[in-house]
Design a protein around this ligand. Structure first.
Ligand code: WT7
Length: 645
């Protein structure tokens, strides 16, 4: 078993943290509720989820809770009619939430914008009308390439409101990736911004879109809407490009909400796997809204006065579920901050918490590890007394970072929810509740209704203390509905990897004697760089697309802050000497090439030229051997591979 230094420490962690009595008394889910819910979920999981569905508004209720006749293409709430945007906005206008703050947005330079539910509702309606006037409607695909702006929230909700499907591409991906996504979903519309602020500088986004739209594969795009954020020269290509502000100016603030089937697609989000191109994970309106609503109110314990801040970018699933949809569906106030956590200095997060009175902060271990290095004097300067609950996601939270967060941010009073889930699961799956006993580094136990287990390659549950594959035995409402354009991969990559018709998550994990789950990293060839999933294959393909790389193998190597970063081994194509002054120059060019192919998200620590790469008899590169060498381990100790690898 290989692991990072952080994970090493994790194996020896034995402390247990108890919630304060006040938290247990006031929690939405008390120990009694939890016991009853668990009992119900264990005897009749569908009845449990049906209760959860009753908390939302539907245009028409379901015929059945689950249709499993075409498993693993499970259909939740068949026969039901709904729209998640009705639940995120429309219904709040009829209630006491109408004038409550829905969104607090802060730009990096310090500018602010706030929207009540009513104001957000009207802004979404205006843009929904604009989209309809552009001919966009039910089932059309819209790509968003946007920073964290109010217009990003408005765009997503407006697209969903009219029954179209959004697909967000994170700003850290290159023009090439953006082009592939646009062409894969056959987007008719792209929404972007002129740019955004990061570390005191302007980052231009529109020029990346322009570059993406130069190819024949993106001819599907009829319109590009540009939100105005920064002062920068933007080339507007007529008649394709339109300013967001011009478009909404004359639109009415009322718009009908499209009546969708519960399993109609809501959005597509791409994520990397072991092989092939990244998969377009499809989520739908009904089950997804039930999943995010239940987890928001149970795990994040949402109360009417909360100010909820999830620091994720809207371009990841965490942003979709817990910056935008989850908070709005539960009628809470969501905070969004545009820029860097180090700007103008390392107290920006704490400053935002202080000024807006944030009560719940959901963030990533990689960010905690980075801010820890600046020392506790930064949080100490700010008033963090409004915080009552903390959360982390994306990668194992090493006990050192956990305890720092607990002590310096949470005053040793706020429980930390270390939440395990994935793009594919749509919603939190394994996580403590505010009332749980906490062990730093553990993701605690499966939430009620979630049948997680740890098994060997044959699907047999492994005993406590033994590492195995993390699987899910039963479907859950927030689950992916499909892989866009490649349904076969839903079976092959997830439901047919382990015998027994179970969902293979791709992670290694173990349970301790108390039944607590500890995630030990990926079981496949996927890296987790600063909490982001990057396929080793994707980086390898980027490298081999360079004329002077004939073969490449990429492995994750431990990094103190990012958890993992990539290291590449390459076999060079003869003749490069005629084009580059020396090896360093070539390696620099290769790095740049990877940046252009994928984008800054794929952080490369080093590129090492080799004469040969270790291979199986059938010719597959054995990354396992390279990892063992790199980490100074015996190859037998590196269990990363599945039986058929
Ligand atoms: C992978 C999913 C959905 C959250 C953002 C990432 C890893 C996620 C944890 C955690 C240890 C975690 C897993 C998982 N992961 N949360 N709390 N502890 N590992 O979403 O990009 O789909 O990645 O992130 O390896 O499979 P994603």
């Amino acid at each position: 078993m290989d692991h990072t230094g952080a994970l090493d420490a994790l194996l020896h962690e034995e402390r247990v943290f108890r919630p304060l009595p006040q938290i247990v008394i006031e929690a939405n889910v008390t120990p009694q509720n939890l016991q009853a819910a668990q009992a119900k979920a264990d005897t009749d999981a569908l009845a449990y989820w049906e209760d959860a569905a009753h908390e939302l508004d539907w245009f028409k209720k379901w015929d059945r809770v689950l249709d499993d006749s075409d498993a693993p293409f499970y259909k939740w709430f068949p026969g039901a009619k709904c729209n998640i945007v009705y639940n995120a906005l429309d219904r709040h206008i009829e209630t006491g939430n109408k004038n409550k703050l829905a969104l607090i947005w802060e730009g990096e330079p310090g500018d602010q914008r706030k929207y009540t539910y009513y104001e957000l509702y009207r802004a979404v309606n205006r843009f929904a009308n604009a989209l309809r006037s552009l001919g966009i409607g039910r089932g059309d695909h819209v790509v968003l390439y946007m920073p964290l702006l109010p217009e990003t929230v408005i765009s997503m909700l407006a697209v969903a409101k009219i029954g179209a499907v959004h697909s967000m591409v994170h700003g850290g991906y290159s023009a090439k990736v953006l082009r592939e996504r646009i062409s894969d979903v056959q987007a008719r519309l792209v929404i972007t911004a002129d740019g955004f602020y990061r570390n005191g500088k302007i980052v231009n986004l529109k020029n990346v879109v322009d570059e993406a739209l130069t190819s024949a594969s993106t001819e599907c795009v009829e319109t590009c809407v540009v939100a105005h954020r920064v002062t920068v020269d933007v080339e507007m290509h007529e008649p394709r490009d339109l300013w967001y502000d011009d478009l909404v100016r004359r639109e009415r603030p009322e718009a009908p909400t499209e009546v969708m089937n519960a399993d109609d697609p809501l959005f597509v989000l791409y994520t990397s796997g072991t092989s092939g191109t990244p998969k377009g994970i499809v989520h739908s309106h009904g089950g997804y809204m039930v999943g995010v609503n239940r987890t928001m109110s149970w795990v994040f314990d949402i109360k009417p006065t909360d100010i909820f801040w999830c620091t994720a970018d809207a371009g990841w699933i965490t942003g979709h579920s817990y910056v935008i949809y989850g908070p709005l569906v539960t009628g809470t106030t969501t905070v969004m901050y545009e820029g860097s956590s180090l700007y103008p200095q390392a107290d920006r997060l704490w400053d935002v918490v202080d000024r807006y009175g944030v009560t719940i902060l959901y963030t990533a271990p990689t960010l905690i590890r980075m801010l820890m290095r600046y020392g506790p004097q930064y949080p100490k300067r700010k008033d963090l007394s409004t915080l009552r609950l903390l959360g982390t996601v994306g990668e194992p939270c090493n006990p050192e970072a956990w305890v720092w967060l607990y002590k310096y941010i949470g005053r040793s009073e706020c429980p930390i929810m270390d939440t395990w889930w994935q793009t594919e699961t749509g919603m939190l799956m394994i996580s403590p509740l505010p009332i749980s006993l906490l062990k730093p580094g553990s993701v605690n136990k499966p939430l009620p209704g979630i049948a997680a287990d740890i098994v060997d390659a044959q699907g047999n549950a492994v005993p406590a203390g033994t590492t195995g594959y993390l699987i899910l035995r039963r479907p859950w409402p927030g689950m992916m509905r499909d892989v866009l354009g490649d349904s076969a991969r839903l079976r092959s990559d997830y439901w047919e990897r382990i015998p027994g018709g179970v969902y293979f998550a791709g992670d290694l994990a173990r349970r301790d004697q108390d039944g607590y789950i500890w995630i030990e990293g990926r079981a496949d060839d996927v890296m987790n760089i600063a909490g982001h999933r990057i396929g080793t294959v994707d980086v390898e393909n980027a490298l081999t697309s360079h004329r002077f790389v004939s073969e490449a193998a990429v492995i994750p190597v431990p990094d103190k802050i990012k958890g993992e970063v990539a290291k590449a081994f390459v076999i060079l194509t003869p003749g490069w000497e005629d084009h580059f002054e020396n090896l360093d120059e070539l390696l620099k060019a290769l790095r740049l090439h990877v940046q252009n192919e994928i984008g800054p998200v794929a952080e490369l620590r080093a590129i090492e030229p080799r004469k040969t790469l270790p291979r199986t008899p059938s010719g597959k590169i054995m990354r396992r051997i390279l990892r063992a060498e790199e980490l100074g381990l015996n190859p037998a100790e590196v269990t990363t591979l599945l039986p058929d690898d």
